[in-house]
Write a protein that binds this ligand. Structure first.
Ligand code: FAD
Length: 429
């Protein structure tokens, strides 16, 4: 009996339900990844390729390999099943509408060829449709979801398979060579993700609650690993919960599941207002949007964030909130402009988290206080009090004294190379 395990956003050997069960039950297993040129985002490509090399080497250590094909994942999975006389195709279930359409096509192709098709959980800790409030199909408000989520028993964390037995004579296929100058602040792969996860749980987690909003610092930086499934969210929660003072961190991981269940129930989350608002007109102009993207708005904390994103493929969560609120509520630019730019550059960019958070910030989403705005100057003084973050990413402001670094327009001498006034008008704390 041979099983094709189709990898998707679960690029790991630890705690991989489909791989673990296939290796325990079948004589032969084909771990397959299909590079789909139609959805390869340019800025996430290096991270993905590094991850695939790492996965291939972990599978080889276990006697197997990563079989790589190019094209449409549904078609290629069925083709590989035919070549290897496999009787089943198993895969990790995903949430976005694009992924679910693909799963639907694969299920149809399997039915037509009498192959068993099975989807396994794993992208989230609690599967997206597993919890429903009374009288609704999903949770719209976070706190009741958090309560229900916290009370839900978690499945056990699975170890990696000891051996992966491939069918004979299978061509594993080539992987793209890793780039010599990869984009982004973190390197891809399960090995690196697990190293960071262990280090974070040991040394970072305990100070999270007190420092998570200090924008010059780093939070766990695990989001890209979670996005590609190099790290299992279930294992991360399990490890964190074994430590004291983990609640603030685990709560953030619950936000991730929360948005996945919103996206599952409302597949248009990326395009349509979740909670339509007749009072919003998005009157802002294209030049302002361009200045925001480039990090030249004249608002130091906003410009620092936008430049961090372009340089690192990552931005601190607090700054994502600030630049998002500024774009939508001050410049009155449509949240979809923000979604598209983030989706292009973020290493962790994914539909449910990106769009759910943007709609929250814009006041069309799950925020129970949709009219709030974040004052960028007040936020900057509070979360970057000595200007360390701004100086790091906006060198034009590096030599300003602390009391002017967030308000360069008050400087008696003009600051060379930096906009003299903030876009969107005067700012007061
Ligand atoms: P930590 O603070 O260490 O948190 C640990 C994990 O919890 C994160 O890796 C993430 O999986 C989860 N998490 C934390 N905050 C949130 C949140 N607000 N919503 C959902 N999950 C959360 N996160 C993405 O993974 N992908 C995105 O595309 C994305 N887009 C965003 C867009 C906007 C406008 C905003 C305000 C936030 C967005 N976030 C997104 C959420 C959050 O900013 C990042 O997950 C976080 O900054 C990643 O860094 P970290 O792993 O060090 O986070």
């Amino acid at each position: 009996d041979t099983i094709v395990v189709l990898f998707n956003r679960d690029l790991r050997v630890h705690d991989h339900p489909a791989l673990a069960e296939a290796c325990a039950r079948a004589g032969r297993v084909v771990p397959l990844f299909v590079l789909d040129p139609a959805i390869e985002a340019r800025h996430r490509r290096d991270f993905l390729h590094e991850t695939l090399h790492d996965l291939r080497s972990s599978l080889r250590t276990r006697g197997g390999d990563l079989v790589v094909r190019r094209g449409d994942p549904a078609e290629e999975a069925v083709r590989v099943a035919g070549e290897t006389s496999a009787t089943r195709i198993w895969a990790g279930g995903d949430v976005s509408s694009l992924a679910r359409r693909r799963e639907g096509r694969l299920a149809g192709a399997c039915r037509a060829r009498r192959l068993e098709f099975r989807l396994f959980p794993g992208v989230t800790v609690v599967p997206p449709a597993a919890l429903t409030p009374s009288g609704g199909d999903h949770y719209r408000v976070f706190t009741p979801y958090w309560r229900a989520w916290s009370a839900t028993p978690r499945r056990p964390v699975l170890g990696p398979p000891e051996r992966v037995r491939l069918p004979d004579g299978l061509d594993p296929g080539d992987l793209p060579e890793p780039s010599s100058e990869p984009f982004g602040v973190v390197r891809g792969g399960e090995t690196e993700g697990r190293r960071r996860m262990a280090e974070w749980v040991d040394a970072g987690l305990a100070r999270y609650a007190g420092t998570r909003d200090h924008v010059a610092g780093r939070t766990s930086m695990l989001s890209a690993y979670l996005h590609f499934g190099c790290v299992s969210p279930t294992e991360l929660v399990e490890l964190a919960c074994a430590r004291p003072d983990a609640e603030d961190y685990v709560r953030q991981l619950c936000w991730r599941d929360f948005y996945y269940q919103v996206a599952y129930a409302f597949p248009d989350l990326g395009r349509r207002d979740y909670r339509p608002r007749a009072d919003l007109d998005w009157a802002g102009d294209g030049d302002a949007a361009a200045a925001w993207r480039e990090g030249v708005t004249g608002v130091p904390i906003v410009d620092a964030g936008m430049r961090q994103l372009r340089r690192e493929g990552w931005m601190h969560n607090r700054v994502r909130l600030i630049v998002g609120s500024y774009l939508t509520k001050r410049l009155r630019i449509d949240w979809r402009v923000g979604v598209d730019h983030f989706a292009e550059l973020l290493l962790d960019g994914d539909m449910p988290n990106n769009c759910g958070n943007w709609q929250w910030v814009a006041g069309t989403g799950n925020d129970t206080r949709p009219y709030r705005t974040l004052n960028p100057l007040r936020q900057a003084r509070r979360f970057d009090p000595d200007g360390e973050y701004v100086r790091r990413y906006v060198p034009e402001l590096a030599s300003l004294p602390d009391d002017l670094v967030h308000e360069p327009w008050r400087s008696p001498a003009p600051v060379r190379g930096y906009p003299p006034r903030p876009l969107g008008g005067e700012l007061r704390a």
